[in-house]
Design a binder for this molecule. Structure first.
Ligand SMILES: [Ca+2]
Ligand SMILES: [Ca+2]
Ligand SMILES: [Ca+2]
Length: 442
Protein backbone atom coordinates (compact mmCIF):
# COMPACT_ATOMS: atom_id res chain seq x y z
CA UNK A 1 0.00 0.00 0.00
CA UNK A 2 1.32 3.43 -0.92
CA UNK A 3 -0.48 6.78 -0.86
CA UNK A 4 0.89 10.26 -1.56
CA UNK A 5 -2.63 11.74 -1.23
CA UNK A 6 -2.36 13.57 -4.56
CA UNK A 7 -5.46 11.81 -5.87
CA UNK A 8 -7.44 13.24 -2.96
CA UNK A 9 -8.48 9.97 -1.38
CA UNK A 10 -7.56 7.78 1.57
CA UNK A 11 -7.19 4.61 -0.48
CA UNK A 12 -5.52 1.87 1.52
CA UNK A 13 -6.70 3.23 4.88
CA UNK A 14 -9.68 2.72 7.13
CA UNK A 15 -10.47 5.84 9.16
CA UNK A 16 -11.90 5.98 12.68
CA UNK A 17 -13.32 9.33 13.74
CA UNK A 18 -15.06 10.66 16.80
CA UNK A 19 -16.25 14.02 18.15
CA UNK A 20 -14.18 16.93 16.86
CA UNK A 21 -11.62 14.61 15.24
CA UNK A 22 -11.05 14.79 11.49
CA UNK A 23 -8.91 12.99 8.90
CA UNK A 24 -8.98 14.92 5.65
CA UNK A 25 -6.88 15.52 2.59
CA UNK A 26 -5.33 18.96 2.94
CA UNK A 27 -3.29 21.28 0.76
CA UNK A 28 -2.08 23.32 3.78
CA UNK A 29 1.05 21.18 4.02
CA UNK A 30 2.57 18.62 1.64
CA UNK A 31 5.77 16.65 1.51
CA UNK A 32 5.18 15.61 -2.08
CA UNK A 33 3.03 17.43 -4.62
CA UNK A 34 0.35 19.61 -3.13
CA UNK A 35 -1.52 17.35 -0.71
CA UNK A 36 -1.10 15.39 2.49
CA UNK A 37 -3.55 13.89 4.95
CA UNK A 38 -4.27 15.98 8.05
CA UNK A 39 -5.20 14.28 11.34
CA UNK A 40 -6.81 16.76 13.72
CA UNK A 41 -7.71 15.80 17.29
CA UNK A 42 -8.61 18.10 20.19
CA UNK A 43 -8.76 17.64 23.95
CA UNK A 44 -12.55 17.63 23.78
CA UNK A 45 -14.46 14.62 25.02
CA UNK A 46 -14.71 11.92 22.35
CA UNK A 47 -12.27 13.53 19.90
CA UNK A 48 -10.59 10.84 17.82
CA UNK A 49 -8.99 10.46 14.41
CA UNK A 50 -6.84 7.66 13.13
CA UNK A 51 -6.12 5.81 9.92
CA UNK A 52 -5.23 2.16 9.80
CA UNK A 53 -4.14 -0.26 7.13
CA UNK A 54 -5.18 -3.88 7.59
CA UNK A 55 -2.50 -6.51 7.02
CA UNK A 56 -3.15 -9.90 5.40
CA UNK A 57 -3.87 -12.81 7.73
CA UNK A 58 -0.69 -14.49 8.89
CA UNK A 59 1.47 -11.39 8.54
CA UNK A 60 4.58 -11.67 10.69
CA UNK A 61 6.57 -8.67 9.44
CA UNK A 62 5.27 -5.25 8.52
CA UNK A 63 7.14 -2.20 7.29
CA UNK A 64 5.72 1.29 7.51
CA UNK A 65 7.35 4.43 6.16
CA UNK A 66 5.95 7.94 6.08
CA UNK A 67 6.62 11.65 6.39
CA UNK A 68 5.12 13.46 9.36
CA UNK A 69 4.74 17.14 10.09
CA UNK A 70 3.33 17.75 13.55
CA UNK A 71 2.14 21.36 13.70
CA UNK A 72 0.36 21.20 17.04
CA UNK A 73 1.32 19.04 20.02
CA UNK A 74 -1.10 18.05 22.75
CA UNK A 75 -1.39 18.26 26.49
CA UNK A 76 1.44 17.52 28.92
CA UNK A 77 1.88 13.86 29.82
CA UNK A 78 0.49 12.86 26.46
CA UNK A 79 2.01 12.32 23.04
CA UNK A 80 1.42 12.66 19.33
CA UNK A 81 1.73 9.26 17.65
CA UNK A 82 3.66 8.42 14.51
CA UNK A 83 3.24 4.70 13.75
CA UNK A 84 1.56 1.92 15.69
CA UNK A 85 1.66 -1.82 14.98
CA UNK A 86 -1.18 -3.97 16.32
CA UNK A 87 -1.96 -7.63 16.77
CA UNK A 88 -5.64 -7.69 17.69
CA UNK A 89 -5.92 -5.73 20.93
CA UNK A 90 -2.17 -5.81 21.51
CA UNK A 91 -0.32 -2.64 20.57
CA UNK A 92 2.89 -4.50 19.78
CA UNK A 93 5.12 -1.46 19.12
CA UNK A 94 4.65 2.24 18.50
CA UNK A 95 6.74 5.40 18.24
CA UNK A 96 5.61 8.86 19.24
CA UNK A 97 6.69 12.42 20.00
CA UNK A 98 6.29 13.09 23.70
CA UNK A 99 4.56 16.41 24.30
CA UNK A 100 6.48 17.36 27.48
CA UNK A 101 9.91 17.55 25.83
CA UNK A 102 9.51 16.65 22.15
CA UNK A 103 11.57 13.45 22.51
CA UNK A 104 11.06 10.38 20.33
CA UNK A 105 9.99 7.30 22.30
CA UNK A 106 9.34 3.67 21.50
CA UNK A 107 6.73 1.74 23.43
CA UNK A 108 6.34 -2.03 23.24
CA UNK A 109 3.93 -4.30 25.08
CA UNK A 110 5.38 -7.09 27.21
CA UNK A 111 3.64 -10.49 27.33
CA UNK A 112 1.99 -9.54 30.65
CA UNK A 113 0.44 -6.45 29.03
CA UNK A 114 2.70 -3.86 30.62
CA UNK A 115 4.23 -1.14 28.47
CA UNK A 116 8.00 -1.00 28.01
CA UNK A 117 9.34 2.47 27.14
CA UNK A 118 12.61 3.28 25.36
CA UNK A 119 13.80 6.81 24.60
CA UNK A 120 15.11 6.93 21.03
CA UNK A 121 15.97 10.62 20.62
CA UNK A 122 16.70 12.82 23.63
CA UNK A 123 16.45 16.16 21.83
CA UNK A 124 13.22 17.89 20.91
CA UNK A 125 11.79 17.04 17.49
CA UNK A 126 10.94 20.31 15.79
CA UNK A 127 7.29 21.09 15.17
CA UNK A 128 6.03 22.31 11.79
CA UNK A 129 8.77 20.51 9.88
CA UNK A 130 8.66 17.30 7.90
CA UNK A 131 10.32 14.30 9.51
CA UNK A 132 10.78 10.84 8.03
CA UNK A 133 9.74 7.91 10.23
CA UNK A 134 10.23 4.31 9.14
CA UNK A 135 9.59 1.26 11.25
CA UNK A 136 9.84 -2.48 10.72
CA UNK A 137 8.29 -4.92 13.16
CA UNK A 138 8.29 -8.71 13.23
CA UNK A 139 5.93 -10.29 15.73
CA UNK A 140 7.69 -13.40 17.00
CA UNK A 141 6.76 -13.77 20.67
CA UNK A 142 9.78 -13.53 22.96
CA UNK A 143 12.11 -12.77 20.08
CA UNK A 144 10.20 -10.09 18.21
CA UNK A 145 12.03 -7.53 16.10
CA UNK A 146 11.61 -3.75 16.07
CA UNK A 147 13.66 -1.35 13.94
CA UNK A 148 13.08 2.39 13.88
CA UNK A 149 14.62 4.94 11.52
CA UNK A 150 14.15 8.66 12.04
CA UNK A 151 15.17 11.08 9.30
CA UNK A 152 17.18 8.29 7.72
CA UNK A 153 19.14 7.27 10.82
CA UNK A 154 18.67 3.91 12.49
CA UNK A 155 17.74 4.94 16.04
CA UNK A 156 16.67 1.53 17.35
CA UNK A 157 17.06 -2.12 16.44
CA UNK A 158 16.42 -5.22 18.50
CA UNK A 159 15.39 -8.78 17.73
CA UNK A 160 14.85 -9.56 21.40
CA UNK A 161 11.64 -7.66 22.12
CA UNK A 162 9.30 -9.81 24.22
CA UNK A 163 5.65 -9.59 23.23
CA UNK A 164 2.68 -11.94 23.28
CA UNK A 165 2.15 -11.43 19.54
CA UNK A 166 3.15 -13.81 16.77
CA UNK A 167 1.30 -12.03 13.96
CA UNK A 168 0.42 -8.44 13.05
CA UNK A 169 -2.96 -7.35 11.71
CA UNK A 170 -2.80 -3.59 11.21
CA UNK A 171 -0.60 -0.52 11.11
CA UNK A 172 -2.12 2.69 12.42
CA UNK A 173 -1.44 6.41 12.00
CA UNK A 174 -2.87 8.42 14.90
CA UNK A 175 -4.08 7.32 18.32
CA UNK A 176 -6.67 4.64 19.05
CA UNK A 177 -7.96 6.42 22.18
CA UNK A 178 -9.72 9.75 22.21
CA UNK A 179 -8.69 13.25 23.38
CA UNK A 180 -5.11 12.60 22.26
CA UNK A 181 -4.84 16.13 20.98
CA UNK A 182 -2.60 17.08 18.07
CA UNK A 183 -2.39 18.15 14.46
CA UNK A 184 -0.33 15.95 12.14
CA UNK A 185 0.14 16.20 8.42
CA UNK A 186 1.22 12.88 6.94
CA UNK A 187 2.41 12.21 3.42
CA UNK A 188 4.07 9.59 1.23
CA UNK A 189 3.05 6.61 3.31
CA UNK A 190 4.18 3.12 2.34
CA UNK A 191 3.03 0.05 4.25
CA UNK A 192 4.09 -3.47 3.29
CA UNK A 193 3.55 -6.84 4.88
CA UNK A 194 5.39 -10.14 4.65
CA UNK A 195 4.32 -13.56 5.90
CA UNK A 196 6.58 -15.42 8.25
CA UNK A 197 9.31 -17.14 6.38
CA UNK A 198 9.12 -20.81 7.27
CA UNK A 199 12.59 -21.60 8.54
CA UNK A 200 13.91 -25.00 7.70
CA UNK A 201 17.11 -24.53 9.72
CA UNK A 202 18.03 -27.55 11.83
CA UNK A 203 17.87 -25.52 15.08
CA UNK A 204 15.22 -22.82 15.02
CA UNK A 205 14.74 -21.59 18.57
CA UNK A 206 16.92 -20.71 21.55
CA UNK A 207 14.69 -23.13 23.45
CA UNK A 208 15.21 -26.16 21.19
CA UNK A 209 16.96 -29.07 22.89
CA UNK A 210 19.82 -30.51 20.83
CA UNK A 211 21.35 -33.80 21.93
CA UNK A 212 23.58 -36.63 20.74
CA UNK A 213 22.03 -40.05 21.16
CA UNK A 214 23.90 -43.18 22.26
CA UNK A 215 24.49 -44.15 18.61
CA UNK A 216 26.04 -40.79 17.68
CA UNK A 217 22.90 -39.36 16.04
CA UNK A 218 22.49 -35.61 16.52
CA UNK A 219 18.86 -34.78 17.30
CA UNK A 220 16.93 -31.56 17.56
CA UNK A 221 13.85 -31.45 19.78
CA UNK A 222 12.01 -28.31 18.63
CA UNK A 223 10.51 -26.17 21.38
CA UNK A 224 6.84 -25.33 20.90
CA UNK A 225 7.24 -22.02 22.72
CA UNK A 226 4.54 -23.17 25.13
CA UNK A 227 6.53 -25.31 27.52
CA UNK A 228 6.80 -28.54 25.54
CA UNK A 229 9.10 -30.21 23.04
CA UNK A 230 7.88 -31.42 19.67
CA UNK A 231 8.77 -34.54 17.69
CA UNK A 232 12.54 -34.81 17.37
CA UNK A 233 14.31 -34.47 14.05
CA UNK A 234 17.58 -36.10 13.05
CA UNK A 235 20.02 -33.32 12.15
CA UNK A 236 23.30 -35.23 12.00
CA UNK A 237 25.17 -38.49 12.37
CA UNK A 238 28.64 -39.46 13.57
CA UNK A 239 28.73 -37.35 16.73
CA UNK A 240 29.90 -40.12 19.10
CA UNK A 241 33.28 -38.45 19.54
CA UNK A 242 31.71 -35.31 21.01
CA UNK A 243 32.79 -34.38 24.51
CA UNK A 244 30.62 -31.26 24.87
CA UNK A 245 28.56 -29.34 22.35
CA UNK A 246 27.21 -25.79 22.40
CA UNK A 247 24.52 -24.04 20.39
CA UNK A 248 25.08 -20.39 19.47
CA UNK A 249 24.88 -18.18 16.42
CA UNK A 250 28.66 -18.06 16.09
CA UNK A 251 28.69 -15.91 12.94
CA UNK A 252 25.56 -13.89 13.86
CA UNK A 253 23.84 -14.62 10.55
CA UNK A 254 20.50 -15.46 12.16
CA UNK A 255 20.88 -19.25 12.01
CA UNK A 256 22.05 -21.26 15.00
CA UNK A 257 25.41 -23.01 14.75
CA UNK A 258 26.99 -25.82 16.75
CA UNK A 259 30.35 -25.48 18.51
CA UNK A 260 31.82 -28.92 19.08
CA UNK A 261 34.45 -29.78 21.69
CA UNK A 262 35.65 -33.24 20.65
CA UNK A 263 37.07 -35.88 22.98
CA UNK A 264 40.39 -35.61 21.10
CA UNK A 265 40.65 -31.94 22.09
CA UNK A 266 39.64 -30.36 18.79
CA UNK A 267 37.25 -27.44 18.82
CA UNK A 268 35.19 -26.85 15.68
CA UNK A 269 32.23 -24.78 14.52
CA UNK A 270 29.45 -26.15 12.31
CA UNK A 271 27.70 -23.16 10.70
CA UNK A 272 23.95 -23.78 10.47
CA UNK A 273 22.39 -23.36 7.04
CA UNK A 274 19.09 -21.43 6.87
CA UNK A 275 17.75 -24.22 4.67
CA UNK A 276 18.77 -26.97 7.11
CA UNK A 277 21.88 -28.90 7.95
CA UNK A 278 25.34 -27.50 8.49
CA UNK A 279 28.10 -26.17 6.29
CA UNK A 280 31.56 -27.75 6.45
CA UNK A 281 33.09 -27.55 9.91
CA UNK A 282 35.69 -24.89 10.67
CA UNK A 283 38.48 -25.87 13.05
CA UNK A 284 38.96 -23.18 15.69
CA UNK A 285 41.32 -24.89 18.10
CA UNK A 286 43.17 -27.95 19.39
CA UNK A 287 44.22 -29.01 22.85
CA UNK A 288 40.87 -28.22 24.47
CA UNK A 289 40.47 -31.68 26.04
CA UNK A 290 40.89 -30.53 29.63
CA UNK A 291 38.91 -27.29 29.35
CA UNK A 292 35.49 -26.63 30.85
CA UNK A 293 33.77 -24.47 28.24
CA UNK A 294 30.88 -22.01 28.12
CA UNK A 295 29.84 -20.05 25.03
CA UNK A 296 28.21 -16.64 24.80
CA UNK A 297 28.55 -12.89 24.32
CA UNK A 298 30.54 -12.37 27.51
CA UNK A 299 31.18 -8.64 27.06
CA UNK A 300 28.37 -6.24 26.28
CA UNK A 301 30.25 -4.92 23.26
CA UNK A 302 30.83 -8.37 21.75
CA UNK A 303 29.32 -8.65 18.28
CA UNK A 304 29.75 -12.43 18.23
CA UNK A 305 29.67 -15.11 20.92
CA UNK A 306 33.04 -16.15 22.31
CA UNK A 307 34.32 -18.83 24.66
CA UNK A 308 34.75 -18.47 28.39
CA UNK A 309 36.61 -21.51 29.70
CA UNK A 310 38.85 -22.67 32.51
CA UNK A 311 41.84 -24.93 32.04
CA UNK A 312 43.18 -27.87 34.06
CA UNK A 313 44.74 -25.42 36.53
CA UNK A 314 41.37 -23.69 37.11
CA UNK A 315 42.39 -20.48 35.32
CA UNK A 316 39.45 -18.80 33.62
CA UNK A 317 40.09 -17.36 30.15
CA UNK A 318 38.02 -15.48 27.62
CA UNK A 319 38.54 -16.13 23.93
CA UNK A 320 36.74 -13.51 21.88
CA UNK A 321 35.36 -14.05 18.40
CA UNK A 322 35.80 -10.74 16.66
CA UNK A 323 34.62 -11.70 13.18
CA UNK A 324 32.30 -14.68 13.54
CA UNK A 325 35.07 -17.05 12.51
CA UNK A 326 38.16 -17.89 14.59
CA UNK A 327 39.13 -17.17 18.18
CA UNK A 328 41.00 -14.05 19.27
CA UNK A 329 43.96 -14.21 21.68
CA UNK A 330 42.74 -15.16 25.13
CA UNK A 331 42.34 -12.84 28.09
CA UNK A 332 42.82 -14.04 31.67
CA UNK A 333 39.66 -13.50 33.70
CA UNK A 334 40.45 -15.24 36.99
CA UNK A 335 41.82 -18.20 38.89
CA UNK A 336 40.47 -20.88 41.21
CA UNK A 337 37.56 -22.00 39.04
CA UNK A 338 38.49 -25.71 39.00
CA UNK A 339 35.67 -28.16 39.65
CA UNK A 340 32.84 -25.70 39.01
CA UNK A 341 30.14 -26.36 36.41
CA UNK A 342 29.62 -23.02 34.69
CA UNK A 343 26.60 -21.69 32.84
CA UNK A 344 26.70 -18.29 31.15
CA UNK A 345 23.42 -16.40 31.32
CA UNK A 346 22.17 -12.96 32.37
CA UNK A 347 20.52 -14.23 35.55
CA UNK A 348 19.61 -10.82 37.01
CA UNK A 349 18.71 -9.51 33.53
CA UNK A 350 20.60 -6.24 33.92
CA UNK A 351 21.95 -6.57 30.37
CA UNK A 352 25.35 -8.03 31.36
CA UNK A 353 26.12 -11.73 31.28
CA UNK A 354 26.63 -13.63 34.52
CA UNK A 355 28.02 -17.01 35.48
CA UNK A 356 26.05 -19.54 37.46
CA UNK A 357 28.62 -21.85 39.10
CA UNK A 358 27.44 -25.22 40.37
CA UNK A 359 29.66 -26.36 43.22
CA UNK A 360 30.23 -29.95 44.28
CA UNK A 361 28.22 -29.26 47.45
CA UNK A 362 25.19 -28.56 45.25
CA UNK A 363 25.11 -24.81 45.78
CA UNK A 364 24.53 -22.68 42.68
CA UNK A 365 26.53 -19.47 43.09
CA UNK A 366 25.94 -16.31 41.08
CA UNK A 367 28.92 -14.37 39.68
CA UNK A 368 27.53 -11.23 38.12
CA UNK A 369 29.64 -9.68 35.38
CA UNK A 370 30.19 -5.97 34.84
CA UNK A 371 29.69 -6.31 31.08
CA UNK A 372 33.32 -5.39 30.39
CA UNK A 373 34.79 -8.87 30.83
CA UNK A 374 35.17 -8.81 34.63
CA UNK A 375 32.95 -9.42 37.60
CA UNK A 376 30.95 -7.08 39.81
CA UNK A 377 32.86 -6.54 43.07
CA UNK A 378 30.44 -7.97 45.62
CA UNK A 379 30.10 -10.96 47.88
CA UNK A 380 28.77 -13.92 45.94
CA UNK A 381 25.34 -15.23 46.75
CA UNK A 382 23.97 -18.73 46.34
CA UNK A 383 20.84 -18.69 44.21
CA UNK A 384 20.16 -22.39 44.62
CA UNK A 385 20.99 -25.48 46.62
CA UNK A 386 20.65 -29.16 45.93
CA UNK A 387 21.86 -28.74 42.36
CA UNK A 388 24.11 -31.81 42.59
CA UNK A 389 20.97 -33.68 41.57
CA UNK A 390 21.46 -31.98 38.18
CA UNK A 391 24.13 -33.06 35.71
CA UNK A 392 23.43 -30.99 32.60
CA UNK A 393 22.46 -27.32 32.32
CA UNK A 394 21.64 -25.38 29.14
CA UNK A 395 20.66 -21.71 29.02
CA UNK A 396 17.42 -21.40 27.03
CA UNK A 397 15.06 -18.58 26.05
CA UNK A 398 11.45 -18.72 24.97
CA UNK A 399 10.65 -22.22 26.24
CA UNK A 400 7.45 -20.63 27.46
CA UNK A 401 6.29 -17.33 25.97
CA UNK A 402 8.75 -14.59 26.80
CA UNK A 403 10.65 -16.65 29.37
CA UNK A 404 14.31 -17.03 30.21
CA UNK A 405 15.40 -20.20 31.92
CA UNK A 406 17.67 -23.20 32.29
CA UNK A 407 16.97 -26.56 30.71
CA UNK A 408 18.45 -29.15 33.05
CA UNK A 409 18.78 -32.91 33.35
CA UNK A 410 18.27 -34.51 36.71
CA UNK A 411 20.38 -37.48 37.74
CA UNK A 412 17.34 -39.74 37.25
CA UNK A 413 17.27 -38.79 33.55
CA UNK A 414 14.34 -36.38 33.67
CA UNK A 415 14.53 -33.06 31.87
CA UNK A 416 13.42 -30.05 33.94
CA UNK A 417 12.96 -26.40 32.96
CA UNK A 418 13.75 -23.74 35.56
CA UNK A 419 12.42 -20.35 34.43
CA UNK A 420 13.84 -17.20 35.96
CA UNK A 421 13.10 -13.51 35.80
CA UNK A 422 15.36 -10.70 37.06
CA UNK A 423 17.28 -13.05 39.31
CA UNK A 424 14.31 -14.92 40.79
CA UNK A 425 13.22 -18.46 39.96
CA UNK A 426 9.79 -19.38 38.66
CA UNK A 427 8.15 -22.77 39.12
CA UNK A 428 10.12 -25.70 37.71
CA UNK A 429 8.39 -27.96 35.20
CA UNK A 430 9.32 -31.51 34.20
CA UNK A 431 9.66 -31.68 30.43
CA UNK A 432 10.43 -35.34 29.83
CA UNK A 433 12.23 -38.47 31.01
CA UNK A 434 14.76 -40.98 29.72
CA UNK A 435 17.57 -38.57 28.85
CA UNK A 436 20.36 -40.31 30.81
CA UNK A 437 22.15 -41.69 27.77
CA UNK A 438 22.01 -38.44 25.80
CA UNK A 439 24.76 -35.83 25.54
CA UNK A 440 22.73 -32.62 25.71
CA UNK A 441 24.25 -29.62 24.01
CA UNK A 442 24.61 -26.48 26.09
CA1 LIG B 1 1.56 14.41 -1.25
CA1 LIG C 1 25.04 -18.82 12.32
CA1 LIG D 1 23.68 -9.81 34.70
Amino acid sequence: MANNFESGNLDGFTSSLGGTGTAEISSDQAHSGTCAVHLHVTADEGSLANLSTPLPAGTATAYADGWFNITQAGVLGNDVPYLRFFSGDIRVADVYRYNDNGELWLRTTAPDGTSVFTRLISSSITLSEWHHVAMRTTANGAASTVEVRFDGTLVYSSNQIATAATTLDRVQLGAEHNRQMGDSYIDDVVINAAPRAVSTASIRSAADVVAVGPDGTLWNYPASGQGTLQTRQKIGVGWSGLAKGFVADWNSDGTFDVIAQWKDGRLSVYPGRPTGGFAAARAIGTGWGSYHVTVGRWRNTDQYPGILAYDAAGTLWYYGNSAGTSLAPRIKIGTGWGGLYLTMTDFDQDGSQDLLAKRSDGRLVLFRSNGNGGFVAESRSAVGSGWNSINSITDVAGFTTGSSGLMTRLTDGRLAHYPFSRGAWGARTIVGAGWSTYNILR
